[in-house]
Design a protein around this ligand. Structure first.
Ligand code: G3I
Length: 331
């Protein structure tokens, strides 16, 4: 069986996955690590490069987890996505208790310094080795009904960064990441922004247009694609990806998983396989979509219930895997 990565390599694309390296013995060639290395040519740490992991105490950096990701990627000759620099979750407790509250009463200036030092240190540490960074993650509020009355609007989610610095935290984060590693490609990433027409998707496009207009060093956007069977609208996904090409931007699939709708249909795994295949075709058809990453290896370790991944709990390839494989082979 030809591994997925052999097909994507021929096509000049990448197929990746999130690996929680701390869960596995990554020196092994079997099990989850074996699958990760054999099938995929791009790696993202599931939690290892987040703020709480990399800077658990102010100014004290811990690169144990992130180094493990780099080590696995070197071992298997994989590209690396860095995830993520400015997010409202998994912020270190010393910054904010819950990612939203300013319970240490930092001034705006101090928060800017904290974010700047974090970005310079983490991005600087892997300068030239991490191909791309998710600079800002999930900055949009889930409620974007505002675009119904103002088609160019967007609303930020309340977070320690947005509330106490203001929208400028996004601009600054991109500038700092670019200064720390001018070669790294810089991305914004979010969920619920996959399908053209829904309010959050439109708000995401509005925000990204604004970032481009402000001439920030942003290369692309990520569509997470945490889906449940029955939700995929291939046409709307593809239309959405294409309009980022018009902005001169990449638009990649960063965290794909497709949970089985509950209660399970008799042919649930085939429905799932069909949808994985359809997304793969969209990925293949669009030049500004150079990579597609799944959020985990097997249904054993997923942040979601209902068997969303390509391998089952016995690490056996599922119909979804075979359909992704078939689409790549036919491309
Ligand atoms: O580190 C502790 C460990 O010490 C403890 O024993 C264990 C007990 O539950 O928890 C561990 O922390 C967990 C961490 O994952 C590491 O496994 C957290 O409780 C848990 O909340 C955390 O979940 C992660 C989640 O982000 C947090 O927001 C998931 O693994 C990770 O898959 C998920 O990934 C996010 C992306 O970064 C952004 N997009 C959405 C996606 C899914 O939520």
């Amino acid at each position: 069986n030809t591994p997925l990565r052999e097909y994507t390599a021929k096509l000049g694309k990448n197929i990746g996955l999130a690996l929680g390296t701390y869960r596995y013995d990554c020196s092994r060639d079997d099990g989850e690590t074996g699958i990760a290395g054999r099938e995929f040519d791009m790696l993202v740490g599931e939690n290892e490069m987040k703020f709480d992991a990399t800077e658990p105490n102010r100014g004290e950096f811990n690169f144990g987890g992130s180094d493990a990701v780099m080590w696995v990627a070197d071992r298997f000759n994989q590209e690396v996505r860095g995830h993520t620099l400015a997010w409202h979750q998994q912020v270190a407790k010393w910054v904010s208790e819950d990612g939203k509250k300013n319970n240490n009463n930092f001034s705006r200036r101090e928060l800017l310094d904290i974010l700047k030092n974090h970005i310079f240190t983490v991005v600087g540490k892997y300068k030239g080795r991490i191909r791309e960074w998710d600079v800002c993650n999930e900055v949009l509020d889930d409620d974007q009904s505002i675009v119904r009355t103002n088609p160019n609007a967007y609303k930020l989610r309340p977070s320690i960064w947005a509330t106490y610095i203001g929208e400028e935290f996004i601009d600054s984060a991109f500038v700092w990441a670019h200064q720390a590693d001018p070669q790294a490609k810089l991305y914004i990433n979010d969920y619920g922004v996959e399908f053209m027409g829904n309010t959050k998707t439109e708000a995401y496009h509005n925000l990204i247009k604004r970032l481009k207009k402000s001439r920030l060093p942003i290369d692309g956007c990520g569509l997470q694609c945490h889906l449940t069977t029955g939700q995929l609208d291939t046409l709307k996904l593809e239309k959405n990806i294409k309009r980022y090409a018009e902005l001169g931007m990449n638009c990649i699939i960063t965290e794909l998983d497709i949970a089985l709708a509950n209660p399970y249909a008799e042919n649930a795994l085939d429905i799932q396989a069909k949808e994985y295949g359809a997304i793969t075709r969209v990925f293949l058809r669009n030049d500004n979509c150079p990579s597609m990453l799944v959020w985990g290896v097997s249904d054993n370790h997923s942040w979601r219930k209902n068997n969303p991944l390509l391998f089952d709990k016995n690490l056996k390839a599922k119909p979804a895997y075979y359909n992704v494989h078939a689409q790549l082979r036919l491309a």
